[in-house]
Design a protein around this ligand. Structure first.
Ligand SMILES: *[C@@H]1O[C@H](CO)[C@@H](O)[C@H](O)[C@H]1NC(C)=O
Ligand SMILES: *[C@@H]1O[C@H](CO)[C@@H](O)[C@H](O)[C@H]1NC(C)=O
Length: 343
């Protein structure tokens, strides 16, 4: 005779066991997926890989810029006006370059914040994914990888710098640019010239393929400024460096930074200082800033402040860039350090 026990039916035992296995499985899989998520969060990005990708993106965009120009298929439109009242143009060259560059970078590193001058999500069919190869040219200069957390990175792309000059067929001023900032500081800069095929790149604490010139004139610097506001900036430059200062008007922020260096593709104005007294967007200046920084130069606001490449896309403090000079002394020579009244 059975005591006050519970009679276990075989079916009951089976259900009970299954339930137990289910609960254990559920708990365990939760732990597992948690571990995977934690592992993903700790995944880092290699800056040397990002440099290789940035060069590839700039060249890829440049190919579109060149193709559209040579086909005379610019489909020029107005994007409205800048704060200074200059017409801002948009061409198929800008758009097509943006689509290629943005897609290449976002496909390779989906978690990165990428800020582009253009906004367009049209997919480029048949665009091959990045092959993760480090070109020999980069591997020889940048000997080791440098890991950083993806959330510390902001990528800036300018799919076509000097659009105005592009529409005027002033090809030498046109560049495509990629910049990588880490915690707001510019560390990788790539400036590509689509019409000569030349690419300048540099990485802070990594190396570069472009060098400064042998000498600069600090006493009476030749100043490179924007074509679109050369008239307005003249008084400011003369007040700073004297009435006989040589002023080079040129298009494109990328071009103007190259004019401070020793690029090898064609003849540049040999400028000693790059100055801009109005509003400028960060995708225009980040790559040049990174290259100058990597080579021991400086790019700051007119007050000598560093520019932070996180957050907002605008720099309102004007721009002063130099290399192999006493940058602080240059800042002190600027008139009243107040660009406003010279506008
Ligand atoms: C830029 O700004 C961010 C956010 O305010 C800050 O965390 C970062 O340290 C700054 N970077 C530099 C280089 O000043
Ligand atoms: C420079 O030019 C400005 C205006 O053209 C004039 O007022 C100033 O006296 C000149 N300065 C010198 C040092 O010649």
């Amino acid at each position: 005779m059975a005591p006050m026990g519970i009679r276990l039916s075989p079916l009951g035992v089976a259900v009970f066991c299954l339930l137990g296995v289910g609960i254990i499985y559920h708990l365990y899989s939760g732990v597992l997926s948690g571990r995977i998520a934690a592992f993903r969060q700790r995944e880092t990005v290699d800056l040397r890989e990002l440099l290789a990708l940035s060069v590839e993106a700039a060249v890829l965009g440049g190919r579109e810029v060149k193709r559209v120009r040579e086909d005379n298929a610019l489909e020029e439109k107005s994007k409205g006006e800048t704060k200074e009242g200059a017409k801002e143009k948009l061409t198929l060259g800008d758009l097509s370059s943006h689509r290629n560059m943005y897609q290449l970078i976002k496909t390779a590193f989906p978690s990165l914040q990428v800020n582009s001058e253009e906004h367009d999500n049209t997919r480029v069919e048949d665009l091959p994914a990045w092959d993760r190869r480090i070109p020999e040219e980069i591997a020889q200069v940048v000997g080791r990888s440098q890991e950083v957390l993806p959330e510390s990175i902001t990528v800036w792309i300018d799919p076509l710098d000097a659009t105005q000059e592009y529409t005027e067929n002033l090809r030498k001023y046109v560049t495509t640019m990629v910049c990588v900032a880490v915690n707001g500081a510019p560390v990788i800069g790539v400036i590509h010239k689509p019409f000569t095929g030349y690419t300048a790149w540099a990485m802070v604490d990594g190396g570069s393929n472009v060098k400064p010139r042998d000498s600069y004139n600090e006493k009476s610097p030749r100043v490179i400024v924007s074509r679109s506001h050369a008239g307005k900036v003249k008084g400011f430059v003369e007040a700073a460096f004297g009435n006989n200062t040589v002023i080079f008007p040129a298009g494109g922020a990328g071009y103007k930074v190259l004019a401070l260096l020793n690029p090898t593709d064609e003849k540049y104005e040999e400028a000693d200082v790059y100055l801009h007294i109005t509003y400028v967007k960060k995708w225009d200046i980040c790559a040049g800033n990174a290259i100058l920084r990597a080579l021991g130069g400086h790019m700051t606001t007119l007050k000598g402040e560093e520019i932070n490449y996180t957050g907002s896309e605008a720099n309102n403090g004007g721009l002063l860039a130099s290399i192999h000079m006493d940058h602080k002394a240059l800042v002190l020579r600027l008139p009243a350090r107040d660009a406003e009244k010279h506008r």
